[in-house]
Design a protein around this ligand. Structure first.
Ligand code: SF4
Length: 92
């Protein structure tokens, strides 16, 4: 997936998700669970700093390491300093 500059999205690797549902509790406005309990992501750009902070929490809380923040590291760090240091961030 190509992203434009300063656009941050949360994505899920469906092959890793094991349907525990923790992410949907942390970020319910972006993550829902399908009928089998697997994460379904609204991957519209995240612009609100509070939403981005909770997205980071969801990434860290996922026991299967199935979630990632995608976008330029500078955008993620700029919105909340320190947010990019230990997050799984991919430039795609
Ligand atoms: S917390 Fe991780 S493993 Fe659980 S539903 Fe969300 S993405 Fe899947």
């Amino acid at each position: 997936m190509r992203t434009s500059p300063n656009v941050v999205r949360i994505v899920v690797d469906g092959s890793r998700c094991d349907g525990r549902g923790i992410c949907a509790l942390i970020l319910p406005e972006r993550i829902s669970l399908d009928r089998w309990g697997y994460a379904s992501i609204d991957n519209e750009p995240i612009q609100d700093p509070r939403t981005l902070a909770r997205a980071k929490r969801a990434v860290h809380a996922c026991p299967a390491q199935a979630l990632a923040l995608v976008g330029p590291v500078s955008a993620i760090v700029r919105i909340r300093p320190g947010i990019g240091r230990r997050s799984r961030i991919a430039n795609r």
